[in-house]
Design a protein around this ligand. Structure first.
Ligand code: 5GP
Length: 223
């Protein structure tokens, strides 16, 4: 949302209460629907900004540098780790992935929520660093067969890579107890409604609404 649109929104709804943004993590084994859910959320909710990760893996067909990932080489990645530019990082499927720190901090300060499509290792690191800001959701596929079908339909990866991903899915899935919420994605519309319900409720948590006492004082003064 542009600044102008946000101001118009505030004028239309003067009750808007200042709020600190939250870190909204969606994790799942590849093929469980996390990328589709992320796209739907970004399209539907202008107050959510995507954290674009850096990665050393090769660009897939259809991916755009700067939109899906910042594609960088290993030397640059190692430099970013060393200089503390990454909020978290991990090795996944033999490649390095990490979250640039600065865009996240900027968005949170501006009261925007940040969406992360990261694995369980990254989620653990964020939990250690920013427990109060973190809301984590784990997405499960309804069946193993459906997970395999989705990986094949996506067809961006070779058969070998798909086999590796299937084999690793079981291990990744074992991390579900570390998440705040778990969604079984058997129907994308329902799963999306559940994602939005979680976000709506978490935004209303009292401790996130930093403008509440000012708001209530304003109400009291007029009574
Ligand atoms: P893909 O290569 O399929 O885009 O992603 C592979 C895995 O890496 C996914 O589980 C994805 O969530 C995870 N991933 C992507 N970016 C990051 C990141 O910045 N940090 C961590 N820890 N995992 C990431």
């Amino acid at each position: 949302m542009t600044r102008e649109a946000r101001n118009t929104e505030k004028k239309k709804n003067p009750k808007t209460i200042a709020r600190r943004g939250l870190m909204f993590v969606l994790s799942s084994p590849s093929g469980a629907g996390k990328t589709t859910l992320s796209r739907l959320l970004l399209r539907a909710d202008p107050n959510v900004a995507l954290s674009v990760s850096v990665t050393t893996r090769a660009k897939r067909r259809g991916e755009i540098n700067g939109r899906d990932y910042h594609f960088i080489d290993l030397a640059r990645f190692q430099m970013m780790v060393k200089s503390g530019e990454l909020l978290e990082w991990a090795e996944v499927f033999g490649h390095c992935y990490g979250t640039p720190r600065r865009p996240v901090e900027r968005a949170l300060r501006a009261g925007r929520d940040v969406l992360f499509d990261i694995d369980w290792q990254g989620t653990q690191q964020l939990r250690e660093k920013a427990r109060d800001d973190l809301v984590s959701v784990f997405i499960l596929p309804p069946t193993a067969k459906e997970l395999e079908r989705r990986l094949h339909t996506r067809a961006q990866d070779s058969h070998d890579i798909i086999r590796t991903r299937m084999a690793k899915a079981a291990g990744e899935m074992s991390h579900w107890p570390e998440y705040d919420y778990v969604i079984v994605n058997s129907d994308i519309d329902l799963a999306f409604a559940e994602v939005r319900a979680i976000l709506a409720a978490e935004r209303l948590k009292r401790e996130r609404q930093i403008g509440l006492s000012t708001f209530v004082r304003g109400l009291q003064a007029k009574l």
